[in-house]
Ligand binder design. Sequence first.
Ligand code: SAM
Ligand code: FES
Length: 348
Amino acid sequence: MGMKKLIDALAQGSSLTEKQWEELIAGQTEELAEYAAEKARSIREKIYGKTVFTRGLIEFTNYCKNDCLYCGIRRSNSNAERYRLSEEEILDCCKQGYELGFRTFVLQGGEDGYFTDDRITDIIKKIKAKYPDCALTLSIGEKEKESYQRFFNAGADRYLLRHETADEAHYNTLHPEELSLRHRMDCLWNLKEIGYQVGCGFMVGSPGQTVGTLAKDMKFIEELQPQMVGIGPFVPHHETPFAKETAGTVKQTLYLLSLLRLLKPNLLLPATTALGTIDPRGREKGILAGANVVMPNLSPTTVRKKYELYDNKICTGDEAAECRNCLNNRMQSIGYVLVIDRGDPRER
Ligand code: SAM
Ligand code: FES
């Protein structure tokens, strides 16, 4: 089958084999990427129009017990200046965010033992009591199913846990021995079973990634049927073992965004900060490739620079209001509009 035929088949809801995914990903050309992007935009606009959802990201701790080889806040990075936001500071971020029009807050952090289940549950309850019309997303790593259940019962609506790669051997080259793909996937299935809106995802161009591992990512996403998928380029961080590795590309990230939109038309698909970091118009390009979410930062500017997952991360000096305005303008410049909305998935 020709490549355009594969894209047509995908757009019509057919399931591709792993082999076909490999061909499609390996067959990327400028023309094919544009073909996929046009179809992705059109499907996206049928469901979501020209609207772009926002999530206010609160990076509340950069302490982490894990040692993922790619990540700038891994425990072995002794040069990282560690911080934690207090409950009060987190609630302040929400207040500011609410006034700016955010109706989803994302609490993201390293796996920090200080934030016990009791503490997290407490914070969730307080946020949901104050902002009952907002969705709350957690992105705090791998936990026991009981913990996920407690957070859900306390009011958390969504959970982001990128699977990072669906290929076990590849997973093991990106992570230390104590972490396993099996466990990460179990977490995702548990989250789904509990009833969360779930997001998985991966870095584009992570060291060792191939069309083969990417094809497995697509098959895994097809199987899991998450509501969200977060993908962004891998960007090296100078204090990690991957300091000298090359970053993922804008082109491949955009192509994969389009393919994801075609794979699951109503996906919540962010144009990520990492994409905006490797290209000054990366987020606009991401939206034009089929993404429909942006996740600006609500963390206090005093800690922004410290949540440095990769080098040259953008927006580390900007106030939340500046970021919201900036993104408003960016979206308007391409004919899209930021909306004040929880941003739940819509049915076709
Ligand atoms: N600790 C939680 C977890 O592991 O899911 C959430 C925080 S973790 C820092 C969030 C995501 O950042 C990871 O899933 C990973 O894909 C991404 N990330 C980490 N280092 C990166 C890098 N060097 N380049 C691009 N993305 C990176
Ligand atoms: Fe943060 Fe543009 S989005 S300054």
